[in-house]
Design a protein around this ligand. Sequence first.
Ligand code: ADP
Length: 391
Amino acid sequence: MNLKILIANPGSTSYKCKLYDIANLTVLFQATVERIGDKEGFFSYSFNEVEKKIIKQEIPDYCCAVNLTLELIKGKFSLDEIAAIGFKTVHAKGITGCVELTNEVLTAMEDYRMLAPVHTDVYITAITVLQKLLKSTPLIGLFETHFHKNIPPEAYLYGIPYEFTQKYGIRKYGFHGASHRFIGMRAKELFFADKVISCHLGGSSSVCAIKDGWSIDTSMGMSPQSGLLNAKRVGDLDPFALLYFMEKENLSIDQVANILMSKSGLFGISGKSGDFRDIEKDMNEGDDQARLAFKTFAYYVRRYIGEYLVALNSADCIVFTAGAGQNSPLLRKEILMNMENLGIVLDEEKNNSNPKEGLISSDDSKVKIAVIPTNEEFIVVSEIKKFIENK
Ligand code: ADP
């Protein structure tokens, strides 16, 4: 039997999956179901990365979305050949690494639900649906926090009474682990880089200092709401500023969580959008709030790059990845301006040519600057393959 791994990637209104051949990790089938719960739903799929088909159809719920993809897979393969289903799980109290998603793990995910509610809810829904539909197939999660397991205490501790750290695990964990790990690996392959600063800049953004393939520090903390500004999520904020406006506005925990998660970040400052494409367009049309959001975001990234140049004692390579990191020369230029004295020099022409993958630093830049498309699923499927083999 030719064994396979199914990687499930649930979003708040979408479900994506890829079926991999375990032997060589090639993609046999992939599907994206969008606008779940909406009359205008649709899905697209392809086998062996050719002949992509798009079908419009109402997809009332998650169960229907997952079922659709399983039916398509059944048309070509037996579901018994699926050795495991893998997830890029986010956060669970006291648990990280690559683990089987037992009831105990799901309870630990629930425990930290408040820290990443959007992600945790959709993951738990997808896990429950797949558990029901493929009863005997093990479900395995690679937690996003795993890549940051070697961050030292001086970098992960907060200045709160230590008993809270011990009791509730209050500390920095870091996220985007699969993405940063892939970037560290690829920068080593392409440029022999051992010390990498990875900038994952998209709807959700973080910077990571990578040494010899593992994170030593990262911008997100205990929750993915910290660090850089995100599209609509807040990023770093003085805890007393928060207490002050909670009191002034008489806000409950739920109300303030909603503001910090869906009305803040780039959206909060620009007042219009959390999408870099809109922000750049508005900024070019003279919108000052959009300019402020753009410049603030870039300054946060600069600040973390500075921190990690110190943590790494300089870097071999700074990498830009994810939606905005890969596609916005303007953002990269704003982030890296005036760093010549640090040995960081962008080549404007290469930057503007927006390579899919490659260097954008000038030949005399001591630190290489690169664009690399991330591939989180590759990391997840590789780890799950190892997990199954070790079992
Ligand atoms: P997510 O973090 O949501 O998975 P992505 O990595 O796909 O997101 O990044 C999505 C974001 O990337 C969009 O919200 C948009 O701001 C940004 N983006 C995509 N294409 C461009 C572009 N051509 N120019 C600037 N920003 C872009």
